[in-house]
Ligand binder design. Structure first.
Ligand SMILES: CC(C)(COP(=O)(O)OP(=O)(O)OC[C@H]1O[C@@H](n2cnc3c(N)ncnc32)[C@H](O)[C@@H]1OP(=O)(O)O)[C@@H](O)C(=O)NCCC(=O)NCCS
Length: 175
C-alpha cells in the first residue's frame, strides 16, 4: 500500500483550530497560565493537523524552541491554529499560532508561534509515507521553503548531537 503514490493535499484540508478556556487548574503559582499547559495544547493541535493530513497515527519528533511573548491569564480564551508548512517523505512540519483573548474586553494578543515536526507511523511504529503538501500561493511556497531550511538545520543538529553522544562528550564529568 505504501508504494502507491499519494495524492497531494492542500494546507486548508488539514488546518486545525482549537479553542480552550483557561481555568484555575491551568494556573501556575503566580496565577498565570502554566507554560507547560500551552506546550501540551500546541503539541495536540499540531498532532491533529498532521493526523488529518496523513490520516495516520503520528509521533512528535521535534519541537523548536518556544518563546512566550505575552502572559496568558485564567479566564482567557486560548485559540491555537495549526497548519502544515512542509512535508518530506514521512515527516510533516506544522506551524501552531497561539492567541489569547480576554472575553470581557475582546482584547486579543498573539502569545507565541511554534514549529513542530511529526512523523507518520505504521502499525509497527515505522515511518510511513505521507501525501505531499500542495502549496498554491507565493506565500505558501515561501513558507514551505523556510520550513525545508529549518528541517535541514534540525537534521544537521541531530547528526551532530548523535556524534557527540557516541563520543560521550555530552556527559557531565565524573567526580
Ligand atoms: C520518529 C521515528 C519513528 C523516526 O524513526 P527513524 O528511524 O529516525 O526514521 P528516519 O530516520 O527514517 O526518519 C523519519 C523522518 O523523520 C525525520 N527526522 C528524524 N529525526 C528528526 C529530527 N531530529 N528532526 C527533524 N526530523 C527528523 C527524518 O528526516 C525523516 O523525514 P523524511 O522521511 O520526511 O525525510 C523515531 O525516531 C521515534 O519513534 N521517535 C520517538 C517519537 C516519540 O515517541 N515522540 C513522542 C515523544 S514523548
Amino acid at each position: 500500500m505504501d508504494n502507491v503514490p499519494l495524492e497531494g493535499k492542500r494546507i486548508a484540508d488539514s488546518r486545525v483550530v482549537l479553542n480552550m478556556l483557561m481555568n484555575p487548574e491551568h494556573a501556575n503559582a503566580l496565577g498565570n497560565v502554566h507554560g507547560g499547559v500551552i506546550m501540551k495544547l500546541v503539541d495536540e493541535a499540531g498532532g491533529l493537523a498532521a493526523m488529518r493530513h496523513s490520516r495516520s497515527p503520528v509521533v512528535t519528533v521535534a519541537i523548536d524552541s518556544m518563546t512566550f511573548e505575552e502572559p496568558i491569564f485564567v479566564g482567557n480564551l486560548v485559540t491555537l491554529t495549526a497548519e502544515l508548512t512542509y512535508t518530506g517523505r514521512t515527516s510533516m512540519e506544522v506551524c501552531v499560532r497561539v492567541e489569547a483573548e480576554d472575553p470581557l474586553t475582546g482584547s486579543r494578543v498573539h502569545t507565541n508561534t511554534a514549529h513542530l515536526v511529526y512523523v507518520a507511523i505504521d502499525r509497527q511504529g515505522r515511518p510511513r509515507p505521507v501525501p505531499p503538501l500542495l502549496v498554491e500561493t507565493p506565500e505558501e511556497r515561501l513558507r514551505f521553503q523556510q520550513a525545508q531550511e529549518r528541517q535541514r538545520v534540525r537534521k544537521e543538529r541531530h547528526r551532530r548531537e548523535q556524534g557527540l553522544s557516541r563520543s560521550g562528550d555530552d556527559l557531565p564529568e565524573e567526580g
